[in-house]
Design a protein. Structure first.
Length: 345
């Protein structure tokens, strides 16, 4: 029903407006008595074989929701009813910002992909903290942190420091986002020296806390092998807890959408099926070259159980979805989990 009726209807309208409309609809529906219970019964996979313990946390299943969908922690309680093993909020910045000018979110139905140049639009970390204080779900919550657009890279550490401390009591793990293509010069922080410095600062801050929580790094799919070697070296040296591979790509070479349409859309990060192959390659490279030294969260182009299994076999310990959830609908998490159990993974 979702793919034959609901999705075609939603795809008739502006993607960002539909996103907000859908959020409001889900929140309203889940507030109706018994609807949340029915939703959980329909969509939550219940199989002990799906349980995972990764970087010290226990996950009911390995399929999570990637950052960018519930940026501001507005819907995580309701989204937990759809079967996610974990939900990542953000990217959050210390101070609220509007993000890039609209339109900034585009569908590529021919490629089952999305292009976005949102630009870390959010109301600021403190607004998200107030919503996280109303947490009802037991599903694990991750906090994806970044820097404000106006903050120069030489002062980026201050932004990550502030957001880390604001979120510390309210999330179960952290993700350092230096790989979005939509904030000017942000990806320069992936270079070895600034990245080592930033991650070491955050790791030292965590070690000073009463309870240790995992710190992960989210990387771009556009890094070459030499840069991936640097990532392995940094993760090993600083002893952060894992890597999320990968963010969106700036590459357009794999698209079948007419070049004129892609050119008209302009800049932005490409997600969905087009990034799936490269994401798997990055996962496999990191896993093999590091000898499985750290957990990898695989994200990029996961729409089916087969896609998920491919990522797990490449070396991922956990998975995240985003574009696939939009294209496939809420039943996809349970379908993927059934496929994982059937494959014995």
């Amino acid at each position: 029903m979702y793919k034959t009726i609901i999705r075609p209807l939603l795809f008739c309208f502006d993607p960002e407006k539909v996103h907000h409309f859908t959020f409001n609809l889900i929140k309203w529906m889940q507030s109706i008595p018994f609807v949340s219970s029915i939703t959980r019964a329909l969509y939550i996979p219940n199989d002990s074989k799906l349980k995972r313990t990764v970087f010290g946390l226990e996950f009911d299943n390995p399929v999570g929701l990637a950052a960018g969908f519930d940026k501001e922690a507005k819907l995580y309680n309701e989204l937990a009813n759809f079967g996610f093993g974990f939900i990542e909020i953000g990217t959050l910045t210390p101070v609220g910002q509007d993000g890039n000018p609209k339109p900034r979110l585009f569908r590529l139905p021919q490629d089952s992909g999305l292009i976005n140049r949102m630009g870390f639009n959010n109301e600021g970390v403190e607004a998200a903290v107030e919503r996280l204080k109303k947490r009802k779900t037991k599903v694990l919550i991750g906090g994806n942190i970044g820097k404000n657009k106006v903050t120069p890279n030489e002062k980026a550490e201050e932004d990550y420091y502030k957001t880390f401390h604001a979120l510390y009591e309210h999330v179960d793990y952290f993700v350092v986002n230096v790989s979005s293509p939509n904030t000017p010069d942000l990806r320069a922080l992936q270079d070895k020296e600034p990245l080592t410095k930033l991650l070491k600062m955050l790791k030292d801050e965590m070690l000073a806390m009463p309870k240790q929580k995992p710190v992960l790094l989210k990387i771009a799919p556009d890094l070459n092998n030499e840069q991936l070697d640097d990532i392995i070296s940094i993760v090993t040296e600083v002893k952060i807890d894992g890597v999320i591979a990968t963010n969106t790509t700036i590459d357009r070479s794999m698209l079948t959408t007419p070049p004129s349409k892609v050119k008209a859309i302009g800049a932005g990060g490409l997600s969905g099926k087009p990034v799936g192959k490269r994401s798997t390659e990055v996962i496999a490279y990191l896993h093999q070259k590091s000898n499985g030294a750290f957990p990898i969260v695989g994200v990029g182009g996961i729409y089916t159980a087969e896609d998920a299994i491919e990522k797990l076999q490449a070396g991922a310990s956990l998975l995240q979805v985003y574009s696939g959830f939009i294209y496939e609908g809420p039943s996809m998490i349970k379908k993927i989990c059934k496929g994982i159990v059937k494959a014995g993974l």
